[in-house]
Design a protein around this ligand. Sequence first.
Ligand code: IVH
Length: 679
Amino acid sequence: MMQSEAQARHDRLAEEIRRHDHAYYVADKPSITDREYDLLYRELVDLETQYPALRTPESPTQRVGGQPLTEFTPVRHLTPMMSLDNTYSQVEVREFVTRLQKLLPGETLDWLVEPKVDGVAINLVYEKGVLVTGTTRGDGTTGDDVTANLRTIRSLPTRLHSAAQPQPDLVEIRGEVYLPKAAFARLNEERAAAGEELYANPRNTAAGSLKQLDPRQVAKRSLDIVLYGLGEFRGAEPPATHTQSLAWLQAAGFRTPEKVWSVASADDLLAAIDALDQVRHGFRYETDGAVIKLNSTALRARAGVTSKAPRWAMAYKYAPEQAQTRLRDISIQVGRTGVLTPVAELEPVFLAGSTISRTTLHNEDELRRKDIRIGDLVIVEKAGEVIPAIVGVVLARRTGTEREFVFPTVCPECGSRVTRSESLADGEAGVAWRCPNTDCPAQIRGRLEHWCARGAMDIEGGGEVLVRQLVSQGLVRDAADLYTLTLEQLTGLERMGEKSAKNFLAGVAASKSRDLWRLIFGLGILHVGASVAKALGRSFATLDEVFAAKVPELTSVEDIGEVIALSLVQWHGDPRNRQLIERLRKSELNFQSALYQPAAALGPFAGKTFVLTGTLPTLKREEAAARIEARGGKVSGSVSKKTDYVVAGEEAGSKLDKAQKLGVPVIDEAEFLRLCGAS
Ligand code: IVH
């Protein structure tokens, strides 16, 4: 293919992929099957491998994240990014409308009410229709260049669609990057399963992700973006109203706020704010308020700005949903890793869609900081959809009969003296009380429940109730014991019929053939969550290979850092854990990984052996060898019947003769390069 043909094909393919991305990520209406999409994408990748010049930053292949950065470059916004005056008061909303009307006498004021997205403000610059920079808000004048990270967001067009008219020479587009609520919940489930501290809320998690220097890590975070405004607009007439700006943004391929109300009076504004409050919990992002904006661009200009915020807009913030209830007691939960967590036992109270009767108090420090006592009237808050939290105590209602909680010095489950240790999680420094006894029944139960969990070995019936019975009856102490359970033992348990017992045994038997990553995850090794277990499964063929690997080999696996590698090595260093593995092996659990992809199997030369001989016209021997290996092939020093190709140059000697004798294909450098190029 000629370069120009390749370019044309590339443009068409990229355009088609962009269209499908928009349909899938912005319009929520997939236009082709995954397989069809994969084929198009594959073709684009291949084309760019052959013609690397086609691999421009806005190519759809560049969404997986480029090279890590060492720092973010500061970039000045062309027009400042202001903040918004905000209020919690309906009266102030009315006053705001009256003020604007005074400022713009005789004008009919049209308003828009849109969700205030609780994310991270972003400014995008498109020049001649192409995304050139994306920056954080920073101090409003200058932000950080996070373009490489933003490119990983699939719903963000890297080129403006031509349907958006007019097309300015340069445009600034403003919006909010967020972590969808569903993605946040998934992420925290994974962290919980890996014994890691949970993220506090989607907003901070999104902000943290955007500030990652390695875009490949960001690409894994399912960040998304919603756009709601324009800044600089050069070389064309900007939209005359906000309604038109939103329409322009949509035509250009952006996702705009989920729902927008268009109103003309203060009464209607308040009604729209209420209406938004009714539906906002169903949005994919968290919202913490409503933004009221004057519609007309011309009137906005006349209203002007103060030093930090426009006079033509305002944010109405919804009060976080709170309720008061009595703290009946504080109990202690001992987790699978031995951490003692205080749990608030509450008088049941209805809050933001659900009844709450228990909630975590996190740790002793938190209890002391908030001075929470048993018997207190406490304030429970559910900011957004996140886990309810006790935010404080109604001190005025203290009677003096409340009791301070005395943190136990021994484990309430096994009586071991508890130890104070650094929190398990990376990041936030915290201290936790831990039960050091790995034979503690609570830890045993926790590990077993984790092993049986749906995300791990997926053993139906292996929930809290049965696990508790099995452990208290002394039938099971670890995962391996599950595989020697008998029907008699099970039916001997309280409230266990023959049918359920048989079902459970069938589930246990079925779990023997689960893929290796589930087993690794099920072991509950600190920091080894489902995604790490899968990464191990892809890189190692068997469990024995995983545990034979030393730290450097482990850290060479993508997504596995030193902390995880050390944790794996340490776990396997414990003789009891090694015994557990041996007992699982005896019960014939599957130790093979179906995910395993030998590096070689990935390349077009997979399974092919090359022999290099003589001097090639342009390639050094190492260069030729590197090309072979990069494509999954092997380079051998001697010719045999198993050799697939001999690449021969000038003064090739005995190897060439042998190849001819054995009938092994002999190729020259040009032919070799063609083979490399075509694959
Ligand atoms: S308009 C001149 N619209 O709220 C101000 N902002 O508190 C233009 N925000 O920095 C902002 N949702 O990050 C606007 N629908 C929305 C918004 C929104 C969230 C954020 C934005 C801004 C902050 C101000």
